[in-house]
Design a protein around this ligand. Structure first.
Ligand code: SF4
Length: 170
């Protein structure tokens, strides 16, 4: 969806589930696997579902009421919130400012996290390339006639189940 009338500020996202409740309200459901619960303030500031609400309002102009519903699976808990038009407008403007900031950036410092283990850019990342180098077999080992030591190969990222993978992105 575009955030502005001219279509310069574009976002793409995927709603986990969109439902029509018995009272006619549209409900935007999001499933979280995180091991901590957000505060009410965190939910009020949540940009993700606010942007989803903008998209649903545009796609379904008949939507008179829209509820935002988070499912915290580890706690078997549902949290529900709603947005005022002023809050939506504030999020829209903030998202456009953020896009401007990102597009104007000339410096991209590495941001090390658990996701580095799956990153395709570790070999050129200033924060990770030395670590990766240490995981590789010594240079020339193969050329010197020694068989590559399978134990010396870089370790594959440990396999995680889907819930653990999703949690890394929360
Ligand atoms: S390895 Fe990838 S994800 Fe980690 S800091 Fe470097 S660029 Fe970022």
């Amino acid at each position: 969806m575009a955030l502005d009338a001219g279509g310069r500020y574009q976002l793409q996202g995927y709603v986990d589930r969109l439902a029509r409740a018995g009272d006619g309200a549209y409900e935007i459901h999001d499933y979280k696997t995180s091991s901590s619960l957000p505060s009410d303030g965190d939910l009020r500031r949540d940009r993700q579902l606010t942007v989803y609400q903008m998209a649903v309002q545009r796609r379904f102009p008949d939507a008179r009421a829209i509820r935002l519903v988070w499912h915290y699976l580890a706690f078997d808990l549902e949290r529900i919130s709603a947005r005022t038009p002023a809050e939506i407008e504030s999020h829209r403007r903030a998202a456009m400012r953020l896009i401007d900031t990102i597009e104007a950036a000339a410096d991209f410092p590495p941001k090390v996290s658990a996701l580095c283990r799956w990153c395709e850019y570790r070999d050129i990342c200033p924060a990770q390339k030395d670590l990766l180098e240490a995981e590789l077999p010594p240079r020339g080992a193969h050329a010197a006639g020694r068989a590559p030591d399978p134990q010396a190969r870089p370790k594959a990222a440990p396999s995680l189940d889907r819930a653990e993978q999703i949690e890394l992105f929360d």
